[in-house]
Write a new protein. Sequence first.
Length: 321
Amino acid sequence: MTDRSRRRRIRRALLAALVAFAVAVPVSGAARPAAVPAPAPTVLGPLRDASPAALAQRYGVSRQDIRAAGRAATDHGDLKRAASLRAMAAPGRQFLSFDGRDGGRSVEVVGELSSARRIAVLVPGAGVGLDAYGRLRRDATALQRELGPGGAVVVWLGYRSPATVSTTVLTAERAAEAAPGLRALVDGVRAVRPAARISLLCHSYGSVICARSAPGTAADALVFYGSPGVGVEDVSGLRTGARVWAGRGGEDWIAHVPHLRVRVPFVATVGFGADPVAERFGAEVFDAGDGGHSDYLLRGSRSLTSLARIVDGAEPLEVSR
């Protein structure tokens, strides 16, 4: 190996290590193992009917599947998972689909999908699963209240999110696997609510998934917040007609992540490239307030106000210069 190629390889390794350090160090604790058994769910098929009666039937079937997964978690001795599932199966909760296997997959509706004129699809990032689902529910409820009548929030937990401290969170592998499912959900929502405005709200690693599903998306808006990068260098790389927004809270540690894409030999491409809030990326930047990485949908926050305005089709709060 020549000195030049050796230096190049060392540089790549150091850059990859820098990305790993910046992502992993600020996060406390890794995600719980996903090996809690659950029965196979009822096969429901794609969403084709958003009438109140059809949705009520679908929600009822999913509730039974959640309860069955809860019993399996109890038998397995995982009381935390069982408690989370009991909350998810409570009367009034509305799940379009649920699968408790392999860490869990679910799609929940907060609000009335059958009459919604404005629909937000929440796409969560790393370290989110059935055990931490209460946080997603809290965020979705806060957003739906901000939207008011005519607004619905669809919480899409359609993939096994990578652990917050892992090598998986540094690559787009999980995003590539998840993107077809997200695209199918958005297509299904568009089919049953053709006149509604649909916005994809993509947090952290979820922004990588949204970018992968962006070409030709049926969504009207793509919103990246708390994003480490989305795998393309500018908005044109998304190949979408949707309006693209980006925001980052003033105390979000993701600002310190190096915006690099480095090919690690025999492994994968590490990192996600350009910063979506950078001017050269080309997204419209909104005021996300001063919050941290998990604070974007907190009640009363500037970021929540901005995100709700985008979902409404209005202009968000402007960034102070």
